[in-house]
Ligand binder design. Structure first.
Ligand SMILES: C[S@@+](CC[C@H](N)C(=O)[O-])C[C@H]1O[C@@H](n2cnc3c(N)ncnc32)[C@H](O)[C@@H]1O
Length: 196
């Protein structure tokens, strides 16, 4: 089986990453499990958590603290955090923001991502994998989120091993009054390995 870099579904991407990088060991923890949409057509991860669990078998854990989780616990972590931010209250009611919560600013978003990455570095085993789903955002300007994530991850000891792209067919983003950059119809799966 030869995989290429662009996919239409998260499930295909998770299978590819499992085959190529996890060598078939499957996923330990999905720490932003939500409704578990990723896993509908796949085996479940061994552990599930979320800040707001929606099922009994999902642990209540804040990714920015990972309280109660010992060091070097997991071989792999899937992280699909909220990615929207809205500076002004009047703009807080679009479908995606309501569904997954949102940040007040890009700085808040990056603070949450950075603190979580520091915790993942702690709770992952050496040579463990962090699978980080993200997308670049625009509010009044373009934010190159994936670059900032990669820079921070490398700064704290992760090595970027791969980038996989998911192309979305439905356009969930709301229409901008004035378009300031191209509307994003793709997201990234960043494959990081704990090197130290
Ligand atoms: C984009 S959704 C994840 C969707 C999920 N991958 C699925 O397949 O259904 C983001 C999730 O992150 C969770 N979340 C937000 N802040 C969090 C935090 N600090 N720690 C853990 N989970 C958090 C939200 O509760 C939400 O369920």
């Amino acid at each position: 089986m030869r995989y290429f870099s662009v996919f239409k579904t998260d499930a295909e991407i998770l299978r590819a990453i499992n085959d190529i990088h996890l060598k078939g060991r499957w996923y330990d923890l999905d720490c932003t499990y939500s409704k578990g949409v990723f896993w509908k057509s796949l085996p479940q991860p061994r552990y599930k958590s979320d800040l707001y669990p929606q099922y009994d078998d999902v642990m209540q854990i804040d990714a920015t603290t990972m309280d109660g989780i010992e060091d070097n616990r997991f071989e792999s972590i899937v992280f699909d955090p909220p990615f929207l931010f809205r500076g002004r209250k009047a703009e807080n009611r679009d479908k995606m923001s309501m569904r997954f919560s949102y940040f007040k600013s890009y700085e808040d978003l990056m603070r949450m991502y950075s603190k979580s990455m520091e915790q993942f570095m702690r709770v992952l085993k050496v040579r463990g994998y962090l699978l980080f789903k993200c997308q670049d955002m625009s509010e009044h300007r373009f934010y190159c989120t994936h670059k900032d994530i990669i820079n921070y991850a490398e700064k704290i000891g992760f090595v970027l091993r791969d980038i996989v792209i998911k192309v979305s067919s439905n356009k969930l983003q709301r229409d901008a009054k004035q378009q300031n950059c191209v509307a994003k119809t793709h997201s990234y799966w960043l494959v990081f390995k704990k090197a130290i």
